[in-house]
Each structure stands twice: as structure tokens, then as C-alpha cells.
Design a protein around this ligand. Sequence first.
Ligand code: F2R
Ligand code: MG
Ligand code: MG
Ligand code: MG
Length: 355
Amino acid sequence: EASVLKSKFRGCLLGALIGDCTGAPFEGDTITHGDKLVIQRYYDKLEDPTFTAPYKSYTDDTAMMKSVAKFLTDKPEPDYRFLARLFVTEFFKEPKRGYGQNIVEVFHKLRNSKFEDVYKPAKEQFMGAGSYGNGGAMRIAPVALYFHDNYKTMLEVATNATKLTHTNILGVNGALLQSVAIQLAVKCDPEAKIDPERFCAELYRRMRKIERVEEDLDDIEEEDDGTRKAYQNKLRVVENLLQKKHDDDLDEEVILNLGNGISAYESVPTAIYCFLKALNEIPSIQTENVFRRTVQYAVSLGGDTDTIACMAGAIAGAYLGEDGINTALAKQCEYYRDVLEIADNLYVAKEGPGN
Ligand code: F2R
Ligand code: MG
Ligand code: MG
Ligand code: MG
């Protein structure tokens, strides 16, 4: 139904924003048991409509997501040079949004080269290896929403949009995994319960196909199996961890085996795990709300908290829709109204006016 889909567009982008804004103060932290109680109180306060505080600022995750949405709404066909310009304009307007250390070089090169070959600067990163940072995945939600009913195009556009900054196969496939997770969540009925294991198995099936394509193209050597099957392997770990009983030691295991870092392969599967785990109660987290549980759990793992919470929040929001998100919590975030407008514009661009 139309209104459900519209609510999912809003929920997804709002979910990403809330994860980014509320996770950002903890980025880079190691979280102890005591810190988890602090985080519980932090979200209790943020959900309290009478609580007033300066808003939580968004970071590069949202700044770049904004550009991806505009790229889709402002032109009838994907124009990657336009997207590169949007990224660069946004960066130079507000460079202090906590961008990755190395991506900044890409922005300078793009500008200095007058966007002549928009894929060249990214290819040169890390001595030609390309970035495997999670910057491609963290901003991809609008692509997954816009092409939710066109899987092949979704993968193609997500790939090209990612390669403007991240050409390493792990960076690209991380963005594809995040897109696939959002697209699957969009298709789930918000009134029906998701079976975490089935959802994970479906992601596994799709990543096997996606990673197999690379295998054919690149003739990668056998010993490079870790890279070649990186996301399939991680999804197996997700599946395994979902079956274990929750305690603080399990969080340690999650951090050790899935990761909480700024590389895509140490954060995208982790975000998916956070979402799937939070579909059920988590003893250390006091809330009835699945969306909050997802984001709070992601932040409680520490590390790249803004980005893991952003990605997990986008998936949860795409499943639950706007109604699944506490309005008081949303209102604590900078840019909250603008993000709803962006979601609506994306929805109209997709479904046509009058929807
Ligand atoms: N940059 C940050 N946070 C840093 C500050 C942390 C915090 N304040 C603290 O207290 O520690 N956050 C933002 O960056 C991440 C997204 O980064 P993106 O866009 O992928 O950028 P980049 O520079 O391309 O990659 C990030 C880092 O990954 C490592 N890396 C990537 N590819 C590599 C390769 N081929 N070889 C070696 N290393 C590689 C590098 O360290 C890059 O700098 C998000 O968390 C966002 O919130
Ligand atoms: Mg950030
Ligand atoms: Mg960085
Ligand atoms: Mg981050």
C-alpha cells in the first residue's frame, strides 16, 4: 500500500539520521559495562518529550546521504558526475563533519581536476588498492529505497555511486550488502514478525551471487578466499551469533568476530546483526521499541558507533516505517525535518506526484 511505502522511506532515512546523530558522541570509544548503563540513560532522556538539550549534530554519514538523495531526485537518469559534484560541494561547505581521513584527498582531486574523470581519484586511493572504508555503505540508503523494486538497477547504481570514493571490492560489496538489507527490509510487512535466521539466510544467498560475479571477472587467486567470500563468511558468523545467549561476553565476541571498525567488512555485517538481534528482547537494554533497541545496541558495541547505528537504524526504519520511531527521539536530531522532506521528495520522484 502507498502510505506504508511512504512511511518506510521516511523511517529508513530518519533511522539513518538518528543512528548517526545519537551515535556520533561515542565514535571511537571502547564501551564498558558501566558505559552501557550510561547509554541506557542517554536514550531514556532522548525519548523523554520534556527533555530539552542542544540537538545532536549529524556527521559525514548524513551529509553524504543527503547528496545521494539529491542525485536521485534532481535528475531523471543517474548522473555520477553530478553526484561527485554534490559530494564535493557539500564537503567544502562544511568540511568539519567528521569525514574519513583519506576521502578528503578524493574531494580535493575531484575539484582540482574539474571533475574530468570522476572515477580516477578514488582509484588512486591507498596506492591503487582503493578504499574499503564504510563510507560507501553508510550513505547508500536512498539508492536502496528508490530502486527497491528493481534489484538489478539498485546494485548497478549502488556500485557506481560507491566507486566515486570507494573502489576496493570490500568497500563496494559492503555498500551492496547494506543496499540489499534495506531493500529486503522494505519488502517486509511492518505488522509481521521477521524471522532473523531467514532474513540472514536470504542475505547470504544474495551475497554469494554478488561475490561470485567478482570471482568470474577478476580471476582472484585461491589464497585470497578471505576477500573473495568476505561477506558470505561474515553472514555465517552473524547467523551463528544470533543463536547464542546474550551477555556481556557475547558482545565481546561480536566485536572480535564481526568487528566495530571503520572498514566496511568490520561494520556492515555488524549493523545487520544489530538489527536482527534487536528484533527480540536484549536483557541489557530496557525498551519495548525495536528501533531504539537496534540503535542503542549498535552504540553499545563502541567503535564506529555513528556509522554502525546509522546503517542498523536505516534497516530498522525501512522495516518498521516512521511509526516505529519515537518522535521525541527523532526531534533531538539536527536536520530531522529536512530528512523527512528528503524522504518525501524521494518518494514522489519514485512514485510520481499525487502519491
Ligand atoms: N572518520 C571518521 N571517524 C574518525 C574519527 C573517529 C573518532 N572521532 C575517534 O575518536 O576516533 N568517521 C567517518 O569515517 C568513516 C567513513 O570513512 P570513509 O568515508 O570510508 O573514508 P576513507 O578515508 O576512505 O576510509 C576510512 C578509513 O579506512 C581505512 N582504509 C580504507 N581503505 C583502506 C585500504 N585500502 N588500506 C588501508 N586502510 C584503509 C583508513 O584508515 C581510512 O582512513 C565513518 O565512520 C564516518 O563516520
Ligand atoms: Mg560519521
Ligand atoms: Mg577515517
Ligand atoms: Mg563513523
